[in-house]
Design a protein around this ligand. Structure first.
Ligand code: C2E
Ligand code: MG
Ligand code: MG
Length: 681
């Protein structure tokens, strides 16, 4: 309630003035010469009265507050609840205090009037002060920093109080490690008259140290090449999601893997630099297609992993659309150094359904990726389904069994004859074909276990065992008088790529005392062209040792004739798939003719593989193909049956008739009946 109100006072003054002027009205009316003024005079007085009663006078100073004061006493209740400003203030202080406490920075305030200093808990911690230290003065700081810094701080404080300017300085802690420096800053608060009333300041760890920590974090968790996270971070993040899903069964997330198809070829065909840039582009493209907050990492040389956290729709359509978006963006042509590169991208995705550990979801998604990479239409997206995992489990079991079987020497060799039809169907060589003698009655086909042995690297010890067995067998036949017989051993790409491959072969030949001319190596067209330069060197070394080389499955691979010319090879083996239809498909027939022509023009031997029928044989014979391998003559034979076959069909080179006759004139030795009931494919 206010004692003095300017509006009331003004009104009173006006009323008094109008009464005063009204007092003269009778006199004006009574005097003739003043009569002319009577009407304006009365009107003016009436105006004064009206103003005094009706006019709303403006107030001086803070009118709003005056009116509020009046309104507080007004009988009309306030529409909003009356607020407790004191409580509000306390709450705000508490909130501020909490914010100060959780901040990684320390805070301090200096009250100019009382001289008291307030230090936040974090500030005390940063200063590493003793609990016993007095904590409401600058002594806390003085006791903890080196003297020269304390003097500098005092100067800065003084200057700030005089000028009102902010200050910043780095101080070194006493008895601290080399990097125990603090950044201290202050900001002066002034009152209405411009006098300092308080200094508000912050304490922070040395920025160098922070930068170092950031750097360390970068090294530990980030992939230096692409800037996305690394495998370590990815697995940690995945673990968090797996744990979350265990607590909240409705929590859905997905893991996607992205693999660049034939990335090695980019590195070898262009340069490592180009390869690196491709990886950077891929990382950037994934980033732009993912949602904010999803985790992107590079977990292998050309494999990226993405955790799609917290998927909203339970029907996984969300995931499908994100993954398709990423896939289509990443495989767009890449413009690099003035050229356009096309990359193939295989992706696999697994949701966290029915998994309760990182290993499980990773096994699901990796088996899906493996499935995709193996399929003919690799370069697409494979969504995980239960069947894939079962298949993967079967493969893991098979891998385990192969490992055991190598140790238990359960692998045996069968031998399929290669026959020269121009010399009375005499046998010139055997191809050694491995069989897994898992139990007495159960043989497993190499088509089932060789690809897994290759994928897992088990082909290396298995291949070594096979080579040794084949050489021992060949030597035994040579010793029995079949001196010209050759044994052809299949060599996988991984074996061929081994650094000590040549030495290993030499060693086996030494141990078995086999003449290198009795050994032949079969490598597929794909293996040969994979690393052409290296292949040429290795082949030269092998042929200088006297070992012959065959290109297996010729026609199914990618070799161009120019490649072939550079390889010191001896034989081409035309793949069975072309032989199958030589008699009923003109295209296959002309392909077979072409291969026979290539072999002739390059002066190479040609073996037709998989010959099963007489009509196929007739066709090949007519086209001038000399060497035949196939069920028509014999299925692969056990070592024992192979020896019998040898006895029936072996003719030493020296015993051959000196023939200049054509293929068709050669007298044909009858087909063997050796072990017909025991043949195993
Ligand atoms: P490959 O080297 O092309 O061997 C020829 C395959 O064709 C053999 O299958 C053989 O039994 C089969 N074959 C030959 N003639 C006929 C025929 O007239 N009709 C039919 N239907 N098939 C015929 P196999 O023994 O099942 O071997 C399959 C593949 O497994 C081989 O193809 C080779 O790539 C691989 N392999 C076999 N043994 C070894 C080995 O010791 N080491 C390596 N690295 N791979 C091997
Ligand atoms: Mg072969
Ligand atoms: Mg073959």
């Amino acid at each position: 309630m206010r004692l003095f109100d300017e509006k009331v006072f003004l009104r009173l003054l006006l009323v008094l003035a109008s009464v005063f002027f009204a007092a003269f009205i009778p006199e004006i009316l009574s005097t003739r010469e003043h009569l002319i003024w009577a009407v304006p005079y009365i009107l003016a007085d009436f105006f004064l009265v009206t103003v005094a009663v009706l006019y709303r006078f403006p107030v001086i100073g803070n009118r709003k507050r005056m009116r509020d004061d009046v309104e507080i006493t007004s009988p009309t209740p306030a529409p909003t609840p009356i607020r407790d400003f004191k409580k509000d203030l306390m709450e705000r202080d508490e909130l501020f205090q909490m914010m100060v406490d959780v901040s990684s920075n320390g805070f301090w305030t200096f009250d100019v009037i009382t001289g008291k200093v307030y230090w936040s808990k974090r500030a005390i911690k940063l200063l590493q002060a003793q609990a016993s230290t007095i904590q409401d003065s600058f002594d806390l700081l003085k006791d903890r920093i080196v003297e020269s810094d304390w003097l500098r701080f005092k100067d800065e404080l003084k200057l700030a109080l005089e000028t009102g300017e902010k200050f910043n300085l780095t101080v070194s802690l006493l008895d601290g490690a080399v990097d125990s420096k603090l950044l201290i800053s202050g900001h002066v608060q002034l009152n209405e008259d411009g006098h300092p009333i308080r200094i508000v300041g912050a304490l922070d760890e040395n920025s160098d140290k922070q930068a170092q920590e950031k750097q360390n974090y970068y090294y530990v968790y980030q992939d230096a090449l692409t800037g996305v996270y690394n495998r370590k971070f990815f697995l940690e993040k995945l673990k968090v999601d797996v744990d979350m899903a265990l607590q909240r069964p409705d929590y859905l997330f997905a893991v996607a893997l992205l693999d660049i198809d034939r990335f090695g070829a980019i590195n070898t065909s262009y340069s490592i630099n180009v390869g690196d840039n491709v990886l950077r582009v891929v990382a950037d493209r994934i980033k732009t297609q993912c949602r904010v907050g999803d985790t992107i990492a590079r977990i292998g040389p050309d494999v990226f992993a993405i955790v799609l956290h917290d998927i909203q729709k339970n029907d996984d359509s969300d995931v499908k659309s994100i993954v398709r978006r990423i896939h289509s963006a990443v495989k767009q042509p890449i413009q690099l150094e003035g050229r356009e590169l096309y990359i193939g991208v295989s992706m696999a995705v697994a949701l966290n359904r029915e998994v309760d550990c990182v290993e499980d979801i990773m096994a699901n998604v990796t088996s899906s990726l493996r499935e995709m990479k193996k399929s003919v239409n690799h370069g697409g997206i494979q969504f995980f389904s239960g069947g894939i995992r079962e298949k993967a489990m079967r493969l893991y079991k098979l891998e385990f069994d192969i490992r055991k079987a190598i140790q238990a020497q359960e692998f045996v060799l069968f031998y399929q004859p290669i026959v020269d039809i121009t010399n009375g169907n005499r046998i010139v060589a055997f191809e050694a074909l491995v069989r897994w003698n898992q139990s007495k009655s159960k043989f497993i086909s190499p088509a089932e276990f060789i690809p897994i042995a290759e994928e897992t690297g088990l082909i290396i010890p298995l291949g070594a065992q096979i080579l040794k067995m084949a050489c021992m067998q060949a030597k035994s036949w040579v010793d029995q008088g079949f001196t010209d017989i050759q044994v052809a051993v299949n060599f996988s790409a991984k074996q061929f790529a081994l650094d000590n491959m040549i030495d290993d072969i030499k060693q086996v030949l030494l141990e078995t005392h086999l003449n290198p001319k009795n050994l032949k190596l079969e490598i597929t067209e794909y293996t040969a062209v994979c690393e052409a330069e290296k292949t040429v060197k290795l082949m030269n070394a092998l042929s200088s040792m006297g070992i012959q080389i065959s290109i297996d499955d010729f026609g199914t691979g990618y070799s161009s004739l120019s490649y072939l010319k550079r390889f010191p090879i001896h034989t081409l083996k035309m793949d069975k798939s072309f032989i199958d239809h030589v008699t009923d498909d003109e295209e296959d027939a002309s392909f077979a003719r072409m291969v026979i022509g290539i072999a002739k023009s390059m002066n190479l031997d040609l073996i037709a593989e998989g010959v099963e029928t007489e009509s196929q044989l007739e066709f090949l014979k007519a086209e001038g193909c000399k060497l035949i391998q196939g069920f028509y003559f014999s299925k692969p034979l056990s070592a024992e049956n192979a020896r019998e076959y040898l006895q029936q069909h072996y003719i030493a080179t020296k015993d051959l008739p000196v023939a200049d006759s054509s293929v068709n004139d050669i007298p044909v030795i009858e087909r063997s009946t050796v072990g017909t009931n025991n043949y195993i494919m």
